[in-house]
Design a protein around this ligand. Structure first.
Ligand code: SAM
Length: 303
């Protein structure tokens, strides 16, 4: 049996046992299963599985748990998006050793670990998340993958004790931020009744990016045509610039209103870096191999 299936089956068994005996939800059962591996109470099925195999097995179990969960914020970034993000970060990190990556909406960690597994050399990861169960899953997964990480369990729009990083990578939460008083402290507060959380996340993320560092975000496809788009453009131009906008295939999303784009921003408050044209590109459907090759080539030429 393949390593991914073996890992998944063992986790699935532990999770089902917790669920069926009424000791918790399926997702809590995964936490229990991972804890048994980490504490040595149960042996991992195949010691020599790769980091990617282990990540994919844990991801399968979490996906199953999330389908059963009624929590709206229990969403994981799927591999289809994670792989595109990984390719872009890999190209732009370009052999830079020892990079520091931060995901301020880390969730289960699936997106961040996908990207980290595709980078050569040492990576130091940081994440932040408000949901305790997801933080538990992310930190246990990191331990299983032997991946150093520091995770903050907090509202990511509050300050962090974190030195600026090379790359911010995030599938941003979309919607309104409920804490109006705190939102008022942001430039992107906007004129709506409540501020857009994803806008505040972009503003906050610039504060934790090094000069010259880059920010990769999955955002609503209509980000730059929303009523607050002008303020957003203004903030981006004082912090650095927009470098690329990738429209993603609609087939990857449930419906048109859930469609996302991937944007790359650069922090450059001193305006010292040479300017280049914003890359606008449509990512082809992933099954279109020729189209994907041309897309990769286009990115490489732009870089
Ligand atoms: N990339 C993640 C993964 O692979 O699991 C999924 C990210 S999901 C689209 C957005 C995450 O943002 C959710 O896990 C949600 O709990 C978190 N979130 C929403 N508002 C937050 C806030 N104010 N502070 C911290 N995390 C927040």
């Amino acid at each position: 049996m393949h390593a991914v299936e073996k890992y998944f089956e063992q986790l699935n068994q532990a999770a089902e046992q917790i669920e069926q005996t009424g000791h918790g939800t399926y997702l809590e059962g995964i936490v229990y299963g991972l804890e048994r591996w980490l504490s040595g109470a149960e042996e991992c099925p195949i010691i020599e599985a790769t980091k990617e195999e282990k990540r994919r097995a844990i991801q399968l179990a979490i996906l199953k748990g999330m389908r059963k969960s009624s929590q709206p914020n229990h969403q994981m970034t799927p591999d289809s998006l994670g792989m595109i993000m990984a390719f872009l970060v890999q190209e732009l990190a370009d052999g830079k050793g020892n990079v520091r990556l931060f995901d301020p909406a880390i969730g289960t960690g699936n997106l961040l670990f996908t990207v980290a597994n595709h980078l050569n050399g040492d990576v130091q990861l940081y994440g932040s998340e408000v949901d305790e169960l997801l933080v538990q899953l992310a930190s246990q997964t990191a331990e299983i993958l032997n991946q150093p990480i520091e995770i903050f369990l907090q509202d990511s729009l509050r300050p962090f004790l974190l030195d600026p990083v090379d790359f911010i990578i995030s599938d941003l939460p979309v919607g309104f931020y409920p804490d109006d008083a705190h939102a008022d402290t942001f430039q992107l507060r906007g004129n709506q009744k409540h501020a857009y959380a994803h806008h505040l996340f972009i503003e906050q993320s610039f504060q934790y990016t090094k000069e010259g560092g880059q920010l990769f975000f999955l955002v609503p496809a209509d980000l730059f045509s929303s009523p607050e788009a002008q303020n957003l453009h203004q903030l981006i131009s004082t912090q650095g610039r927009l470098e690329a906008v990738f429209q993603l295939p609609e087939a990857l999303f449930k419906n048109k209103s859930a469609a996302k784009a991937l944007i790359i921003l650069r922090k450059d408050t001193q305006m010292t870096l040479p300017k280049k044209d914003v890359l606008l590109a449509q990512v082809p459907t992933l099954s279109n191999r020729k189209g994907m090759e041309l897309f990769f080539e286009k990115v490489r030429r732009w870089k």
